[in-house]
Ligand binder design. Structure first.
Ligand SMILES: [Zn+2]
Length: 148
């Protein structure tokens, strides 16, 4: 069951002490987001951005997170998708799904680390010149390159 049907996004530099329910705090500086579990249990959920973890997209109006947020470590075991600021119930987890999800998670992370320490291939296209790019811009470019 999802009580919180929407998440307002708020871009922050560092995570505030107090995480308000219904708000998705996003720190580009630390490439992570935090919110309180949308089932209403109020547990803090941290979603780090990385190729092996979550991908955040901001269309200028609302934020989406990919893949779904599976809180199998929480008692509520809630599972939902954040799309365009809306919280969509993704259905309860079965024990098997949790096992598969955990394994996939681990594999993705292992692969990501292996890729990082392996040979690095540089993209062949040169970045746009002439315009001084902000750190945020570079981060967004990094995401684009990683997820194309
Ligand atoms: Zn919950």
């Amino acid at each position: 069951m999802i009580k919180m049907k929407q998440l307002r996004h708020r871009f922050v530099e560092t995570m505030p002490e107090k995480i308000d329910p219904g708000t998705l705090y996003i720190s580009m500086e630390y490439a992570t987001a935090a919110h309180r579990c949308c089932c209403g249990c109020g547990e803090e959920v941290i979603t780090p951005f990385s190729p092996a973890q979550w991908k955040m997209t901001f269309d200028g109006d609302a934020v989406s997170l990919h893949p779904s947020i599976g809180n199998w470590n929480l008692r509520c075991r809630s599972h939902y998708v954040v799309q365009d600021g809306r919280v969509i119930d993704a259905g309860a987890w079965t024990d098997e799904e949790i096992e598969v999800g955990r394994r996939r998670d681990k594999e993705a992370r292992t692969k990501y680390l292996a890729d990082k320490t392996g040979t690095t291939t540089m993209p062949s296209t040169s970045p746009p010149t002439g315009r001084r790019r902000s750190r945020l811009g570079r981060l967004i470019d990094l995401f684009k390159l990683t997820f194309v």
